[in-house]
Write a protein that binds this ligand. Structure first.
Ligand code: ADP
Ligand code: ZN
Length: 529
């Protein structure tokens, strides 16, 4: 579309108004766009829903030539291109879902200069024929979407993304803009290094999503807890429920459907047709609840997702923030709810211990888990913790569960000592390791079959912890794990002491614990504030 200059209004702003129909730029969009239009490289970190697409779409329209967009989201390319075409933008894509004829047509359009934007799957750029095709046309910019895929922990598309560093060598004059919704300093540095973006200007948007209410609840009967949440606060709302395994996706979707909720499953084990049909119903119909593994959601742009629920502990704060960020893109109040329990920690630990890769890789996974646990067990504002994780300082938000119903803290030093000494005695006197269940039974003085079989009623710690309930002890264990005062290992989730445990046992360290609020925080409490 021809952009005729109007005095005082930049080409970019005209493009925003005429093509996209918006009045003004949001946040740093304008600065980013001007920088790229002028030919600069950029690394853009913006939360999901922040408006990253315009940051490369508008420069692609304003600069001469075709903007080449690298995106791993093959399933969404058709939708993205259709949406752009509806606005009169000449867009096309090349990926493995097309037949040779379709591809040839797009290539011809590209060569004839009849495209503004060309979307490519990253693996396309490892094919010499594609590179030669690009050589024969005029490229206005390279946009590298979901740029965190190049990072260590985002390795699904990693080899293809690592190869993108060569774009600069082949086309040194074409500006590159890399975009991601994840933003720890470590990831940012890694993206810049791996993609050869040393000269790029960094644009880091605020990561706060004030309309999302973060809540993390102890898990007891997760499906029931979820149903309660949906019925009391989100009746008829669209939302996403994340589960770790395909099986729990299936079970949860069936359970919700049986209770009258419009729930659909989504995971990589379903055939492509079912996945596409379910995704499309979620996007187009009102009030559909998508029960999914994390295979679902990247690039999904549905503004009115009112809640994101996690029935299992996410593997990292980055993942959690990306997933919860899919709620409330329209800015209206939304809920991010997570149910988490001791079993999650045991299970994840098991997955880390059994994961492929070297020790450094396992240590990295473990540190991600630790950060996630710290978020779960914090007595402070969840948002303050989250934003701090992304390097941003803030004050208590008033719109998270710990702000709305501040957890009571108690001096758990003695409880911690009792628990840790039980672990110590088992190791020292019996050369045994056990999981939390057995140790809690011992502390409570329960003569279960397993206790009797192992002669555990003869331990000096037998029955010394009757002042707490099973649930309270499990809370103690979770928090000891989160504070690094205890560790879990191996296939059976056995508990072992850490270096820091000795500080507690030696009376040199006090342990402050969080008591779960009697009544969990509710959205209704927030509406008044
Ligand atoms: P991201 O890719 O960062 O998750 P999108 O680019 O999909 O976000 O944008 C999120 C939503 O915000 C989209 O519906 C988009 O059309 C809208 N949006 C982006 N920029 C603006 C703007 N300047 N004014 C109004 N709406 C905008
Ligand atoms: Zn808060």
């Amino acid at each position: 579309p021809a952009l005729t200059g109007t005095a005082g209004v930049s080409d970019a702003l005209q493009c925003l108004r005429r093509v996209f129909g918006y009045d003004s730029f949001r946040g740093e969009q304008e600065e980013i766009i001007e920088h790229v239009v002028a030919g600069g490289d950029a690394l853009v970190l913006m939360p999901t829903g922040g408006g990253k697409s315009l940051c490369y779409q508008i420069p692609a329209l304003v600069r001469p030539g075709v903007g080449v967009v690298v995106s791993p989201l093959i399933a969404l390319m058709q939708d993205q291109v259709d949406a752009l075409r509806a606005l009169g933008v000449r867009a096309g894509f090349l990926n493995s879902t097309q037949d040779a004829d379709e591809r040839r047509m797009v290539e011809a359009e590209f060569l004839a200069g009849e495209l503004d934007l060309l979307y490519l799957a990253p693996e396309r750029l490892r094919v010499e024929a594609t590179l030669r095709l690009l050589d024969r046309g005029k490229i206005s910019l390279f946009a590298i979407d979901e740029a965190h895929c190049v990072a260590q922990w985002g390795h699904d598309f990693r080899p293809d993304y690592l190869a993108l560093s060569s774009l600069h060598e082949r086309w040194p004059d074409v500006p590159r803009i890399a975009l991601t919704a994840t933003a720890t300093d470590a990831t940012r540095t890694e993206i810049a290094a791996r993609l050869g973006l040393q000269q790029a200007r960094h644009f880091v948007a605020s990561f706060d999503r004030p309309n999302i209410q973060y809540r993390i609840a102890p898990k007891n009967d997760p499906k029931k807890q979820l149903l309660e949440l949906l019925r009391t606060e989100h009746a008829g709302d669209a939302g996403v429920v994340y589960c770790l395994s395909r099986k729990s996706v299936e079970d949860t979707a069936v359970f919700l459907a049986q209770h009258g909720i419009e729930a659909l499953p989504y995971h990589a084990g379903l055939d492509a047709g079912t996945r596409a049909a379910n995704q499309s119903r979620f996007l187009r119909e009102d009030g559909v609840v998508m029960v999914a593994t994390i295979a679902f959601g990247m690039g999904i742009d549905k503004p009115d997702v009112r809640f994101v629920a996690h029935l299992d502990l996410p593997k990292s704060v980055e993942g959690y923030y990306q997933e919860t960020g899919r709620a409330g893109r329209d800015g209206l109040p939304s809920t991010a709810w997570l149910a988490y329990g001791l079993q999650d920690v045991v299970q994840q630990r098991k997955m880390i211990d059994g994961s492929e890769g070297d020790d450094a890789h396992r240590r990295r996974l473990a540190s991600h888990l630790e950060a996630m646990l710290a978020l779960c067990e914090t007595v402070e504002c969840r948002r303050v913790q989250l934003l701090a994780y992304f390097g941003q300082q803030s004050t208590a938000c008033g719109n998270c569960d710990t702000c709305l119903a501040p957890p009571v803290t108690w001096d758990g030093t003695i409880a911690a000592q009792k628990f840790l000494s039980a672990v110590f005695r088992l190791a020292r006197e019996r050369r045994q390791k056990f999981g939390a269940g057995q140790i809690i039974d011992i502390l409570l003085g329960k003569k279960t079959a397993k206790v009797i079989q192992h002669d555990h009623d003869g331990l000096t710690v037998f029955g010394i912890g009757t002042e707490l309930s099973v649930a309270e002890w499990r809370g103690v264990v979770r928090q000891l794990l989160a504070q690094g005062l205890l560790a879990v290992e191996g296939e059976y989730g056995t508990l072992v002491l850490t270096d820091a445990s000795a500080e507690v046992l030696g009376q040199r360290l006090e342990v402050l614990l969080r008591r779960e609020p009697e009544k969990p925080a509710r959205a209704s409490a927030a509406k008044g504030s």
